[in-house]
Design a protein. Structure first.
Length: 163
């Protein structure tokens, strides 16, 4: 037997998501209920983006939401989607001694809306999980160009939105 002390566990599998939680009462006779969470069902295969569906759901009852991932893609997506999350989002990232928590909202506020809306296009163009990077061309250089060129911002903001 395990007393889960009011903890709710969400389990995303395939296109479905279920919530597991214990009915309060005697721990020796504890009953765990399982219910499908329809608003978290998704055909999105990538966990990188599905995390933010769950973050938006958690934001309905929490003032802060922390996403844990060592993946740069997850942070970039988080900055890009930040205004859609009602809670204050954080990214817990890194490995070993480099483990840190990053304030996603602070990044979004410091770069502004034009750059935020351009991030996904820039990230895909410079190399992400589903696209190769240009050899010898770093993301930092491309990001600095984006910060200083409104035309470049506009182009990356529109990337993938039109045919």
């Amino acid at each position: 037997m395990c007393d889960v002390h009011g903890v709710k566990v969400y389990y995303a599998h395939g296109s479905k998501c279920d919530i597991f939680y214990a009915i309060p009462g005697n721990t020796a006779d504890q009953i765990v209920e399982v219910h499908e969470v329809l608003e978290l069902n998704s055909t999105q295969e990538e966990a990188d983006t599905r995390l933010y569906l769950h973050a938006a759901h958690a934001a309905k009852t929490c003032s802060d939401v922390t996403i844990g991932s060592p993946d740069t893609d997850v942070l970039v997506i988080g900055v890009s989607l930040q205004p859609l999350i009602a809670a204050h989002p954080y990214s817990h990232t890194g490995k070993g001694a480099d483990l840190r928590t990053i304030d996603i909202k602070a990044i979004q506020e410091s770069i502004g809306d034009d750059v935020r809306q351009s991030l996904i296009g820039l990230h895909c163009f410079t190399g992400c999980d589903s696209a190769s990077a240009f050899y010898g061309r770093g993301k930092t250089k491309a990001f600095n160009l984006l910060l200083n060129d409104k035309n470049l911002c506009s182009a990356f903001k529109d990337l993938g939105r039109t045919i």
